[in-house]
Design a protein around this ligand. Structure first.
Ligand code: SF4
Length: 402
């Protein structure tokens, strides 16, 4: 049986390919962590220290809390931590100061830190899911009051405030409340609290027994999907900027290698760079020729009209310019449907319609039709591999590129 966690399932949902690399192939990410995660970790550790001391009736001054945080930062920071927003002018110092501000605001709001009796800090455990798999429990701060209310608290350093809808649908803390209810039989309520440190506010949620059962079932279903997956497609999103597997990912491997080139000259000597640059040039020329072709078409039509001729002669070729009638289908959807119905009723539709291959492709190859029909169609056709090439602009274009 496997131990799953919120972050493991999240990795699969964000990018099945990254999941495969991390959890199936057991590859180590090429970067130790991102600056955001590092800052969050240092903030967590500083707050853990504060509450631990409080347990022993030892008060922590705000300056001490900040010093603990700074010392932790200094001790653990390493140059290979990824700063994605470096291009936006952010550096290590900005993030360190941001964390100090979060701690300072939290300290002022929560002092003297007696909102609850602390039962555990960075509590770790496992619970068994209905399918026999294990679920990893890790609670930043677990507390209770003397009325049987339990509090599962999470420190968040996100730059976006969690709204109520998000808090009420969050999976991570809700799963922990199942664990709390199982461990503490006197629990009358379990409140889920996110300390949103960037906003110095809390987001709070509570789940009914029914919601928790439903959530557990959904997780079991998701695990079933993961365990039966045979394909792990890549999902390119903004999260790729924070992914630690870029050197292994076919979508970023080449860029990763290019980033190692010491000079622009070496970069430009790369075979792939040359191919893309030339391909892009050809595509641009083709688009220009196409535009030019349209312009010549218009000019030849007006020339033929002006001199009342229907063949224009060149040195080696001649160009016939013949006018003809063509039917224009109605643009209005309703009128278009009426038209199609009419030609169907008159028995000429079959003869005049064509199979739309792109549509057929996606219907058969993506899950857009019932399996039975899909199988029947697949038996009548053959499926080959092909490539689609699309050019798009790199965000980080070299300065002398244009
Ligand atoms: S870089 Fe993006 S697409 Fe590639 S593995 Fe990471 S998350 Fe997936």
């Amino acid at each position: 049986m496997t131990t799953y966690s919120h972050s493991r399932i999240n990795t699969y949902e964000n990018c099945p390919y990254a999941y495969k690399l991390r959890y199936i192939d057991r590859q180590k990410p090429e970067i130790p962590t991102t600056i955001e995660a590092f800052m969050g970790d240092m903030v967590h550790q500083a707050l853990e220290d504060l509450y631990k001391k409080r347990k022993f009736k030892k008060r922590t001054a705000k300056a001490t809390l900040i010093k603990v945080y700074r010392d932790l930062w200094e001790k653990n920071y390493s140059e290979d931590i990824l700063i994605v927003k470096k291009d936006e002018g952010l550096n290590e110092d900005n993030y360190r100061k941001m964390g100090e501000k979060f701690l300072s605001d939290y300290y002022e709001r929560m002092k003297p830190f007696n909102q609850m009796t602390i039962l555990g800090l960075e509590t770790q455990d496992r619970m068994t899911l209905p399918d026999g798999n294990q679920w990893h429990v890790r609670i930043d701060k677990l507390g209770c009051d003397n009325q049987g209310n339990y509090f599962v608290c999470d420190y968040k350093t996100n730059a976006r405030m969690k709204d109520q809808e998000e808090a009420d649908s969050d999976r991570q803390l809700a799963m922990y409340s199942i664990w709390v209810k199982d461990k503490f039989k006197d629990a009358k309520s379990v409140k889920l609290i996110w300390h949103m440190l960037a906003f110095n506010k809390d987001a709070i949620s509570e789940r009914t027994e029914e919601q928790l059962q439903k959530l557990q079932q959904e997780i079991v279903e998701r695990i079933k999907e993961i365990e039966s997956a045979t394909e792990f497609p890549r999902k390119q999103t903004a999260l790729c900027n924070y992914c630690g597997f870029k050197s292994e990912c076919p979508s970023f491997k080449h860029e990763f290698e290019l980033n190692k080139k010491e000079t622009i000259e070496k970069f430009k000597e790369d075979e792939g760079v040359k191919l893309v640059d030339e391909f892009s040039e050809v595509k641009t020329k083709l688009a220009e020729y196409k535009k030019s072709q349209e312009e010549f078409r218009e000019k030849l039509i007006s020339y033929a009209k002006q001199f009342e001729i229907d063949i224009v002669y060149g040195s080696n070729k001649k160009c016939s310019v013949r006018e003809f009638d063509k039917i224009i289908l109605p643009e209005d959807q309703k009128l278009k449907e009426e038209f199609i119905q009419l030609i169907k009723d008159k028995g000429i539709y079959e003869e005049c319609s064509m199979v739309c291959y792109p549509r057929l492709n996606s219907k058969i190859l993506k899950d857009e039709i019932e399996d039975e029909i899909k199988e029947e169609i697949r038996e009548k056709v053959s499926i080959e591999k092909d490539f689609r090439l699309s050019l798009s602009k790199r965000k980080d274009v070299l300065e002398d590129d244009e």
